[in-house]
Design a protein around this ligand. Structure first.
Ligand code: UFG
Length: 339
């Protein structure tokens, strides 16, 4: 199939391209490079041994999108392109609503016009806000707590409404837990600009000596060691889940309703456990200090993953050690890129 991958030069998009290419699909990347580098796509091509077609464009420019749909015979869309920093979304909510919501509506308009009916959407466990219980099941209520999370929840609602009006559309909402890791080749991985917001990229930068120490945001949570517990999932496992979703949506057992699944490992690890695992993988000491809680953080979040296993035949394979080892390999390679 010809798959349009929006945000295909980003962290999860780039790894998904590799899986798509290796499975024999053709990939058209649509990206504005607002938070990514062109060279990522060369490295994707190197890993997969196949070419990617790049269309540089912006979801907020309908003409950019119209041209892609006019010039290609697209069979399905995987939609990653979005702004994703929680703190920034609180400071600049309109930027988030405009980019994430308007951008998605523009994309869907083109899909409707060209009768492209298969759509895989990057959602997030953030839509659950503070869950009523863990592990979190897909029927947990939706109550996002910040503008970024609201954009994901609203996009899900927009897609549900669209699906109700167009039963021929096959939609998958993938609610990611905490994506980390890198491709085992070491050639692609997460490349945050500025100070990383997320734990693993921050730890990785401390391990390389770029930063002095990790601030552990609170050790008085009701968790085994008092630090926050999350469900970290290897980005390669996550990428494979996109392929499984595409196969499910286009296969014999394609669902009548939008597919909504959690993508996690089902295991929770504390901040201190992640630091320890990273020290083991890198052979480096990762100094840390306990600081105040970060506003808006919840104590514990991990997935109930049965639904993805049953419907998609997909299950995460890679453990926390692999996530840290692959991140470390990528950090060393990315340092060589910038030097
Ligand atoms: N943490 C620290 N120090 C840091 C960064 C994080 O102690 O420097 C802690 C947090 O308090 C939390 C854990 O590490 O307990 C994970 O924090 P992340 O920022 O890596 O991830 P979050 O769980 O806060 O959020 C992530 C994504 C969101 C997504 C959400 C879904 O950043 O985009 O998972 O659950 F929506």
């Amino acid at each position: 199939m010809q798959i349009l991958v929006t945000g295909g030069a980003g962290f999860i998009g780039s790894h998904t391209n590799v899986e798509l290419l290796e499975a024999g699909h053709e990939v058209i990347v649509f990206d504005n490079f607002s938070n990514s580098e062109r060279s990522v796509l060369e490295r994707v091509e190197k890993i997969a041994g196949k070419a990617v077609e790049l269309v540089e464009g912006d979801l907020l420019n309908p003409e950019d999108l119209a041209a892609v749909f006019r010039n290609h015979s697209i069979d399905g869309v995987i939609h990653f392109a979005a702004l994703k920093a929680v703190g920034e979304s609180v400071a600049y909510p309109l930027r988030y609503y405009r980019n994430n919501i308007t951008g998605t509506v523009n994309l869907l308009d083109c899909m409707v016009e060209h009768q492209v009916n298969t759509f895989v959407f990057s959602s997030s466990a953030t839509v659950y806000g503070e869950p009523s219980k863990v592990p979190i099941t897909e029927d947990e209520s939706i109550k996002a707590t910040n503008p970024y999370g609201q954009t994901k929840a609203m996009m899900e609602q927009i897609l549900l409404d669209l699906a109700a009006s167009r039963p021929e559309m096959k939609l998958g909402f993938l609610r990611y837990f905490n994506p980390v890791g890198a491709h085992p080749s070491g050639l692609i991985g997460e490349a945050p600009t500025g100070v990383p917001n997320n734990l693993v990229p921050f730890i990785a930068q401390v391990a390389t000596g770029m930063r002095e120490q990790v601030s552990v945001f609170g050790n008085d949570y009701p968790t085994p060691d008092g630090t926050g517990v999350r469900d970290y999932i290897h980005v390669v496992d996550l990428a494979k889940a996109h392929l499984a979703t595409l196969n499910y949506l286009t296969g014999d057992k394609s669902p009548d309703e939008p597919l909504i699944v959690n993508l996690g490992t089902g295991n929770g690890y504390s901040v201190l456990e992640v630091i320890q695992a990273f020290e083991k993988a890198s052979g480096k000491t990762v100094p840390y200090q306990i600081t105040d809680r970060r506003p808006g953080d919840i104590p514990t979040c991990y997935a109930e993953g049965t639904k993805a296993k049953e419907l998609l035949g997909w299950e995460a394979q890679l453990d926390l050690d692999a996530m840290c080892q692959d991140t470390w390999r990528w950090m060393q390679y990315s340092e060589s890129l910038s030097s």
